[in-house]
Design a binder for this molecule. Sequence first.
Ligand SMILES: C[S@@+](CC[C@H](N)C(=O)[O-])C[C@H]1O[C@@H](n2cnc3c(N)ncnc32)[C@H](O)[C@@H]1O
Length: 461
Amino acid sequence: MAQYQSFPDVPGDSHTLDKLKALQLPDLRGRSFLDVGCNEGFFCGFASYQGASRVLGVDHTAGFVERARRRFPACEFLCTDWNHLPDERFDVILLASALHYAEDQPALVHSLVDRLEPDGVLVLEVGIASSPKAEWTRIKRGIDERYFPSMPKLREVLSDYAWKWMGKSVPQAGDPVGRHVIHVSRRRPVAYLLMEPPGYGKSSIARRLFQPAGVPVVSGDELMASVAEGKREAPPKLRDCLAHEYSPFHIDKTIHRAFAAGLGPDLVGLWASQAADADFALDAYVPAEHQQQVVDQLLLLGFLPVKLQWDKVGPRTAASGSQASDAEAFYFSLAGQAAPKVAETDAPATRAAGFVDEVTLDGGCLTVRGWAVSSSGLLPEKMHMHVGARTLVIDRFEKQTRPDVQRHLDLPHALVGFRFSVEVPGVASLAQIVDGFELYDPAGASFRLAGPVAKAFAEAE
Ligand SMILES: C[S@@+](CC[C@H](N)C(=O)[O-])C[C@H]1O[C@@H](n2cnc3c(N)ncnc32)[C@H](O)[C@@H]1O
């Protein structure tokens, strides 16, 4: 039995130490390691030396296995054919200078990848025949004739995996083909994440980019709707959370509620379950603060998350509050323009309904707040106020929105509030104006005093 591997006590045909360096094995500390066609166990010994958690060497030549056991008693060695490997998974699997011995070379590669842990690496050290075609070339060596793949053929064999050419390996005397090192891992299914806010064009991108490429698009909104409506199964807590006050118009609130309740993993699981472990694109708005959770969860589920980010093009959507107040202000400006015309044409003033909600006196300044609606549903342009012996025309006042009045009177807008301040020299307390105080519209309709105002006047008397 020829000496293949080289040890300090015995040189072999292979420059084993140099080969070990060329292999660029991943860090083996705490990881499990399988060497297929391990020969005298040099690489198993190294794995054990580096702190691998489990080391197994497999070779079908009894003599090599015996020597390996003697050299490295801390490692386990099996004398068996690589077609009968134990049903076990490993973090790192090595197949060095041995693929050409396999009857079905692609089948051996696939069976080794199948034995990798999810993020495991198969380290292949193989001879590659020089040919631009995807073919196996039968090559005569000093000892025998074997088939070696060309690079295009190897690409074909590895097409379902993620792999990287790591560089050339050490040549051996009489080598008819160059040796190369390739690291292979199982390709994680890709989850393309389109999580930008509504209005960013997520669905169009999904339609135009992913659907034509045959990547299924999972619509987060549709899934949540079908769970909320009881049309689809989901974990009970998630189902209850999604169903609670569900509205397709407030999907962002629903998502936020689910994440805030710690149901992010369930929600991501629901989305991912549609992909059946294959590539998919997720079309679902996820608030920025929860996006990392989506990424982490998909990693745990075995996907490769790819987050797509882009800027929104076109006008910005105004914050909902500011847009509403602009709308109210616009409506009010329309009302403000119409009122003077009525006065100019001496049209009869319409009678208003109104309330005085607050009257305060501070340092000779009287401030009045309330609301009023003319029969045309608008805030009157003018009011009259009796205070003490004086009658004042109030035509400059702050206009305020009063959603409470709008709701109460079923008005089409809320711009019916007013607030104004007037100087009342010589008036030091409310008691001085109790008798003569009145606010009324130009047609003479008096505004009622709200309970607290009436009470304040009563107490001042
Ligand atoms: C050229 S040596 C390479 C040894 C070692 N991997 C290295 O690179 O130093 C090939 C090894 O594969 C083993 N081998 C060949 N066919 C095998 C098979 N069907 N099952 C298990 N081992 C096999 C041989 O016994 C031999 O030890």
